[in-house]
Write a protein that binds this ligand. Sequence first.
Ligand code: FDA
Length: 466
Amino acid sequence: MRYRSDVLVLGAGAAGLMCAIAAGRRGCSVTVLERSQRAGQKILISGGGRCNFTNLECRAENYLSANPHFAKSALARYAPQDFLAMVERHGIRWHEKKLGQLFCDRSAQEILGMLEAECVKAGVRVKTGVEVREVRREGAACAEESTRECEAAMGSSTPRLRRSGRNDTFCLVTAGGDEYLSEKLVVATGGLSIPKMGATAFGYELARQFGLSVVEPRPALVALLLASDVARRWCDLAGVSAEVVASCAGRSFREKLLITHHGFSGPAILQISSYWQPGEQVKIDWAPGVRVFGEMMDGVEFPHLPKEGRYGAPSRTMGTKGCSTADAGASFAHNDIPKIHDDIPKMKMRRDEKSALAALRAVLPARVAERWLELYPMRRWTNAALEEAERGLHEFEFVPAGTEGFGKAEVTAGGVDTNELSSKTMEAKRVPGLYFVGEVVDVTGWLGGYNFQWAWASGWCAGEAV
Ligand code: FDA
């Protein structure tokens, strides 16, 4: 059987559904083809089942891309407030968790339900369980011929097609042998993360088939694995977490680090994993903004550093280059640590293992504090030795053995090269009628609702343009 629509959307995830809604509202006949039995599966599992559906602080700086400016236009044209307005129209209750991250009060199901209801209202046809195997292009005349046949097959409920007859037609062939035709094809097939949920490389293959370049996809927002010798020192503490600053490639994130059975995870590590390249070093500041052994050193005061310890220190920190701003917490390099002056009156502080453990425990979970002293025992109690210990805590370095891979990654970095696409419409510059939206594009958000906002914004822009 052959079917025809004004717009075909491949993939019924966040970006595909949003694109279909926008196009359907404009009066286009839209068909969405989804290979899984259910639309929007990632929406359902997102945000621990509560869907962190946007971030109020969303800016292009919160995204990784070979072209850091590419996302600006779409993010400005469809803002977090636009999505929030839809959420509120549907009576979905939400709350801000932290740093502008918006979650459903009840369930992610409500977001999917809202998108499905909007699809129905906009006359969008969503077909699940349809796997597209092949995409061909047909000349305008040939496609026009077949259209009459398609319209008859689709019945009288089909909105009148708005084909221009000028462009070539995309013909999508399904595993079942059906053919879907349209002059506009929007590819919203997502990335490679979580293959169990239907992730495929189809979008990338399609881009290459049409001569578009693809930035090599890699797992992002993913736990890092430790080399076996480092893992032996830490991984028996699996389940313990601490607030740290994780840094790599000039980026820093102050968030929680979670020790796992194979390495490090938690928001700080997931964020930094997106910037990490194999072989590169990751740096951890285990006590950001706190001079842990300061009071053990002779007569030194550090009035510019919080005395109350790390858990009492300000926690609002997201990645900023070099981690040098207030937002990024008071992570500092060894050179910035104040020097000891002999002329300052000496305070009587004990310098022994018990005091060192107490100082560490004031800023770290007890098990991490104990482990730290086991691994890095203090052999001498001179100021120089204390300085060295302080530096070690703030500049712990390791080279990850790898990541937990696409099977566990929350998103895929890389994707269809943004140089190939219009930043306003998401249309391929060299292939009229072909659009790419959402995660399949080389735009990857930080943790915290940014990836959905990109999916909504890019999907909406394409839906307005098709
Ligand atoms: P998405 O992957 O959602 O959809 C692509 C669709 O295309 C899939 O349904 C797939 O089956 C279909 N498809 C693929 N190949 C096909 C083919 N050949 N034929 C037909 N269909 C095909 N982000 C965020 O902002 N806040 C959050 O709380 C979370 N939480 C979260 C948790 C977990 C566990 C994961 C894995 C991810 C998140 N994310 C997130 C990331 C977010 O889910 C992701 O960025 C968006 O879903 C991307 O939307 P897309 O529509 O681009 O792809």
